[in-house]
Structure formats: C-alpha cells, structure tokens
Design a protein around this ligand. Structure first.
Ligand code: KIV
Length: 277
C-alpha cells in the first residue's frame, strides 16, 4: 500500500511522541524518487544544489529561478515525502513583500509544501509575515551558509555561553514567529539538546548531535557523489563516484573496441527489405 502524504500534523506528532524525523535533500526527479521510495519523511530541495549539482563554490549565487526549476522536478517524483523549498540568498532579505512573493513562488509554481530560510531572531518578522500569508516556514539556525562570511567562515556556532544563549534565543523567537520546524546546523550537541527540549516544534540536526527530533543530510554526501570536501557531520553510506566512473570507463572501452552495441541492443531489417533500399 502507498505511504500516506506527510503532513505538518504528522511531523508534530512525531516530535510529541518521540519518533525521529528523517529528512534528506534531493534536487531532481531520479534522486527525489529514490528518497521518496525509501520512505524519508521530508525532502529538502536545498540551496546546497548550487554546490553539489550546479558546481558553484558556495550557495550564495543560487537564484530563485534555479530553485524553482529543481523543486518542480522533485515535485513530479514525490508521492509521500513533505517537500521544503529552500529560499536562496537575497530572495527574502530586501523586504517583507519580496519574501512573501518569493515564498509564494515555491508554493504556487513549484508546488512545495513549505519553504526554509536561514537566520536567527532577526528573521522572526520575515517568518511571521510568510506564515501569516499561509505558507509554512522551516527556520535554519547555527551555521547559516548563505551568510558564512558574516560568521567569519564555516564554523560551529554556540561554542561559548554567550553564543549558545544567542542560538537558544533565536530558536525561541523563530518558534514564536510561527516556524513549524527548525534546522540546526553545526551546533554543539548539548546546546542542540537544550533547544530541542525547550521547543514544542521539531528540531532537525545537521552536525547538531543525536538528540535533535530528526536529522538531515545532503543526498550527494550520503551517497558519495560530492568529492570536493566532506564535513565532519557527514556519514557516507555508499561511495557511488568510483562505481559510476568505472562504468563510464567500461562503456568507453566497449565503444572503442566495437563490443558495444551488441546484437541484443540492435534493430534489424529483413534482408528482402534491405535489398530494395
Ligand atoms: O541547503 C541545504 O541543503 C541545507 C541543509 C544542509 C540543511 O540547508
């Protein structure tokens, strides 16, 4: 029997009843199909696609049109996972109107179920306005890659008492603003556990320890398709890159040796028809 479509209420029930939430990124039809069929609760069409799919050196250059294009492909593949579209850098910073309009594109054009945006307490008014427009918002605190320069690089956040208190404050402000879930990236496990205990909405960790209500990883990291660097928090479950490369090399040598295509890959014409050509 087909798994039922994941809902906000079901995600909240999982938090309340202590069942872990699973989340993974996907950016296209084939990856989204596999993630959905694996029964993952939430698919994040993350702006990480800029690095792992589009070859940018950070998430900063990713545009709204690129995000919408990939979210549409994911939507076509998914039957049950809840789909979150990641708002790219500068698509929600200029004004509340800009934020609502762009969040609306994820829902109307790309058919996402919700949007995600990065930032702490300072983003609470934006979250509030988008939620008021009827669009569910997932927040993202800790290491926020879009503004990594402001954080002086890709560093763990909340490592001293002041900075940890700031993360707790942000999480509470974002919950208060109406976020339905919070991603916590690169936060010490004790701080993430404290936030998870104090919030009523689910927390999803990436480099935030095991006590979050759920976990998220980037698809390409998990399956070994991104080789530029591997953060400490990644667990690679399979290393596909060498397997794929090996298959490509075999294809090249088969073509060069004329052992591909074989008869089984070839269409034929009856000799009497061929003789009339
Ligand atoms: O863009 C992304 O994939 C993300 C996750 C790392 C949480 O924001």
């Amino acid at each position: 029997m087909d798994k039922k479509k994941m809902t906000l209420a079901e995600l909240q029930r999982k938090k309340t009843q202590g069942e872990k939430i699973t989340m993974l990124t996907a950016y296209d039809y084939p990856s989204a199909r596999l993630v959905d069929e694996a029964g993952i609760d939430v698919i994040l069409v993350g702006d990480s696609l800029g690095m792992v799919v589009l070859g940018y050196d950070s998430t900063v250059p990713v545009t709204m049109d690129e995000m919408i294009h990939h979210c549409k492909a994911v939507y076509r593949a998914v039957k049950s996972s809840f789909i979150i579209g990641d708002m790219p850098f500068m698509s929600y910073h200029a004004s509340i109107t800009q934020a609502i309009e762009n969040a609306g594109r994820f829902i109307k054009e790309a058919r996402c179920d919700a949007v995600k945006l990065e930032g702490g307490s300072e983003m609470a008014p934006v979250v509030k306005a988008i939620v008021k427009a009827g669009i569910p918002v997932c927040a993202h605190i800790g290491l926020t890659p879009q503004t990594a320069t402001m954080l002086s690089g890709f560093k763990v956040q909340g490592k001293n008492a002041d900075s940890a208190r700031k993360q707790v404050r942000s999480a509470k402000d974002l919950e208060e603003a109406g976020a339905f879930m919070i991603v916590m990236e690169c936060i010490p496990d004790l701080v993430a556990a404290r936030i998870t205990g104090e919030l009523t909405i689910p927390t999803i960790g990436i480099g935030a320890g095991k006590d979050c209500d759920g976990q998220v990883l980037v698809y390409h990291d998990l399956v070994g398709l991104f080789e530029r660097f591997t953060p400490k928090f990644v667990k690679q479950y399979v290393n596909l890159s060498p397997l794929i490369k090996e298959a490509l090399i075999r294809y090249k040598s088969d073509v060069e040796a004329a052992t591909f295509p074989g008869l089984e890959h070839t269409f034929s014409i009856a000799p009497e028809e061929a003789s009339k050509i």
